[in-house]
Design a protein around this ligand. Structure first.
Ligand code: 5AD
Ligand code: SF4
Length: 471
């Protein structure tokens, strides 16, 4: 590439899939001469990688575009061209409207078309506006953003790997089946290839991601569809990969091979995000979840019988149309019974085009607020108890980077709790036992429990420590 590097700023909202897609977009644009910058104002190209899951999330796009309008005008005054791209699920769902409403936008690109970014940008540089929100039909794996494997660069110790995309579950409140399309699984061979390359680049932990990750049924090397558990057994054989996680799972798709993987593989972390949304069978039916609260409890029991120390997180929606105080009480009862390590809870937000948006809303904003507070208070207390239980114990931590405080290195426990110790940077990438001494907000503070890494002397601790780079 002979031209000077151009600066690319990417801002991602929403889920892990968007974080991953943002990295893929950076990888796709690197051969075009783009390098990432942390600042939108001096960028030649700004990409908003948007989320459409709830109303609040998608409203952000227009406020961000307002700011970019000023930045673009400012750049133009200095004779510089700034291009603005809207990517992600708002692009997919409202592409035409964005083009109509926001002249600042040069390109609108849906999640299935990121590989077309170079061509779309070429059009934009010629002064044309471009919209690409097609769902490709011929090559069913082609739409996964797929730069050449050589372009996959590791960014630290922990990395995401997409294994499937889209969802066929059609929960009545959810836009995902419309924005991300039908469920498609990547072939096992491709996932192995990606993971081996990441391991060669120093990655020690992979998180397999997909909107319905345990619906995975990619083609195996034997030509048959493999389930997620089977895939995990194979990935656990890759040298260097010390930890494996997966997200997000649906309670209906928990197969026995996944339970067996939790039983047999120490690499598979005992920490599972298993959204239930509600504890009321009436509401679960109205949500088209196709499981009852009792079904969910049974799934949890299957995990627990395979691995005693397993912990769960979940998602909840309060105020779904028709939710009564009794339905909500059923949700609180389920939470109390399961005991979570954490959970996300949201007020119901009607999404255009979903079946639930046709339902009469019955829960007032005030009642939704009140239910949300009660649920969050319960979950917070469970989370605090879970974190507190680590104090005084020795836990394994995978160290990821230098922390903000000089001399501290931060890593994560099996349960994704951040853990800080004073140590030298050569522990980064290693899993070491940490004696946990205290809890500061959500972070565990401790000391290395191994003899090979004595605590640093005070003179060493006063040395400046490089801050971590990367996301
Ligand atoms: N309103 C509120 N929350 C929603 N979620 C998905 N759609 C909606 C909606 N329309 C929540 C669900 C899901 C999480 C990612 O977002 O809890 O699991
Ligand atoms: Fe949305 Fe998850 Fe339901 Fe799929 S399973 S429709 S992604 S909430």
């Amino acid at each position: 590439m002979t031209t000077a590097p151009r600066k690319l700023h990417i801002k991602s909202f929403g889920c892990q899939m968007n974080v991953y897609d943002a990295q893929r977009m950076v990888d796709t644009l690197a051969p075009e001469g783009f390098v990432e910058t942390a600042n939108a104002d001096d960028a030649d190209l700004v990409i908003l990688n948007t989320c459409h899951i709830r109303e609040k999330a998608s409203e952000k796009v227009y406020s961000e575009l307002g700011k970019l309008r000023l930045a673009k005008a400012e750049a133009a005054q200095h004779g510089k061209q700034m291009n603005v791209v809207v990517a992600g699920c708002v692009a997919q769902a409202e592409g035409d409207e964005i083009i109509r409403r926001a002249p600042v936008v040069d390109v609108v690109v849906g999640p299935q078309s990121y590989h077309n970014l170079p061509q779309l940008l070429a059009k934009a540089r010629d002064g044309e506006r471009a919209l690409d929100t097609d769902f490709p039909v011929e090559d069913k794996f082609g739409f996964l953003p797929a730069p050449k494997p050589a372009a996959i660069r590791a960014r630290g110790i922990s990395a995401f790997v997409t294994v499937q995309e889209g969802c066929d579950k059609f929960c009545t409140f959810c836009v995902v089946p419309y924005t991300r399309g039908a469920e498609v699984s990547r072939p096992v061979a491709k996932i192995i290839e990606d993971t081996e390359r990441l391991a060669d680049n120093g990655v020690r932990e992979i998180t397999l991601i997909g909107q319905n990750v345990n619906g995975y049924h990619g083609e195996g090397p034997d030509g048959r569809p493999w389930a997620l558990g089977q895939l995990i057994f194979r990935l656990a054989e890759i040298p260097g990969i010390a930890r494996i996680r997966y997200s997000t799972s649906h309670p209906r798709d928990v197969e026995d091979t996944l339970i067996a993987a939790h039983r047999d593989l120490p690499q598979l972390m005992p920490f599972v995000h298993l959204p239930v949304q509600s504890g009321s069978d009436r509401i679960l039916a109205a949500m088209n979840r196709k499981h009852t609260a009792a079904d969910y409890r049974r799934v949890i029991e299957r995990f627990r019988s395979a691995r005693q120390d397993i912990a769960f997180t979940s998602d909840f929606i309060v105020g779904f149309p028709g939710e009564t105080e009794q339905d909500f009480a059923d949700t609180l009862a389920l939470v109390t019974q399961i005991g979570y390590a954490g959970a996300y809870s949201f007020k119901y937000s009607p999404r255009p085009g979903t079946p639930a948006a046709e339902l009469q809303e019955t829960v007032s904003q005030a009642d939704m607020d009140e239910r949300l507070t009660r649920l969050q208070t319960l979950i917070d207390s469970q989370q605090a108890a879970f974190n507190k239980a680590a104090v005084g114990k020795t836990v394994d931590v995978l160290f990821e980077r230098a922390a903000r405080n000089p001399g501290q290195i931060v890593g994560r426990t099996a349960f994704l709790q951040p853990a800080h110790v004073m140590a030298s940077e050569d522990i980064i990438g290693k899993i070491l036992p940490v004696q946990v001494e205290s809890l500061e907000r959500y972070s565990l503070i401790g000391t290395l429990a191994t003899a090979t890494h004595p605590p640093l002397s005070s003179s060493e601790l006063s040395q400046p420590v490089l801050t971590a780079t990367g996301a």
